[in-house]
Design a protein around this ligand. Sequence first.
Ligand SMILES: Cc1ncc(COP(=O)(O)O)c(C=O)c1O
Length: 477
Amino acid sequence: MNSRDTSERMRLKLDRHSRTPFYRQIYQRFRDAIAQGILRPGERLPSSRSLASQLSTSRGTIDLAYSLLSVEGLVVSQGAAGTEVARAASSLKPPPKSPSAPKRRWDEPATEILACQPFQMGLPALDAFPRKLWSRLAIRHVRSIKVHELSAPSAAGYEPLREAVRSYLAVSRGILCSTEQVIITSGFQAALGMITRAFLKPDDEVWFEDPGYFMIRLGLEAAGAKLVPVPVDDEGLDVSAAMARSTRARFAYVTPSHQAPLGVALSSRRRLDLLSWATSADAWIIEDDYDSEFRYGSPPLPALKSLDEAGRVIYVGTFSKVLFPGLRLGYVVVPESQIDRLGRIYELLYRDRPIFNQAITADFMTEGHFARHIRRMRALYSERRAALAAALAEVFDGQMSVQLQAGGMHLLARVAGCKNDRDLVARAKARGLAPAALSPWVIEREDRQGLLLSFTNIPQEAAVAMAIRLKQAFDGE
Ligand SMILES: Cc1ncc(COP(=O)(O)O)c(C=O)c1O
């Protein structure tokens, strides 16, 4: 059947005065035609090229409409043979208006990684992790466990891993330190526990980025800190605003490489101002370098710690973003003057990092897999990020603005007219999507609304479908 026959049967015409975008008009007409039996299961849809030329619109518009139908399982693409009405489409019923339990669709990850929902923050690309290679290294360790590995490891961590981290930090983050300064932790939160136990006294003031990661804010408060929210602008934490707000702060918590969640980098001027404040105030800077490797278009920025001549920066890194969060491993670079103090806390209170995972991670690093994995992920994220940003722009058609920062693992988006980002997130959640709202990260300016959308687990080819699902969830369709 040619495209003209089909569209005549369906009475397919575009209303050029309607506010409904063309792709939605086309989608809706096809949907109705399938529901009414005008188009039958197995029937071929016109090619996007011929339908586009017949309706005087672009091929992209037709592709978008077809993607939407495909997301609903109404049509299936047969590759070069075109797109046809799905066999199951005969049982088409209107989509439920109220939230219902999400069903797995073609564009969702396989069941084995359903722990990750589309747009979910904080996860690296789980589908791209070299699991076979990791398993091979793990098996090698199980088979050849050494006698010395049976005894308790050093409190500061497994020596070869500390050495691998030291060498990685020198090459990739510009941090020159000794292996003694590197303590292996079970992730950022554990590092925070160690730092606050060692240094924080009740009601000590802490400069905290606003907006900033609420889990860390809560962690600091649970440890007895009094938070001083400090605004973040295009240059990162506003150091002069911080000094005006609190002159007696003992700590500053910062994410200088890509501010969490705004994604901006702390400017050189502010880096120097922050370091000179810490030196003169005898205060500590906690540098959280959680996702610094993922910068697109330019090489990663050196860490703030690389400029720390006075030894005021406690540098905290994690393997959660570059490897996987289930590993529960991270590291701290302790100022030389504090090795004994922090090492002692670790020795007395934290013996929670079994050798096994540390040894696999050490091999992964020293055998060159780590650097290769980071390079691959940087390229993959760069593609996934661009694809998702383009898809959102196309599907939301001016109703969403996406801010592309130089790095990071998520997009920051603002939805036109949105007064309640938590409501949008709840609607998305009801459809099995997991964007995050910006407002819980904000301390003072609660009018700051937005969406945080991770792109790491959205393959390029699924970007349009995911953007459509998000829009449908917001529109309640
Ligand atoms: C700002 C920030 N820092 C650090 C982390 C890493 O935490 P962990 O090492 O405990 O997994 C996260 C995780 O989401 C984060 O968002």
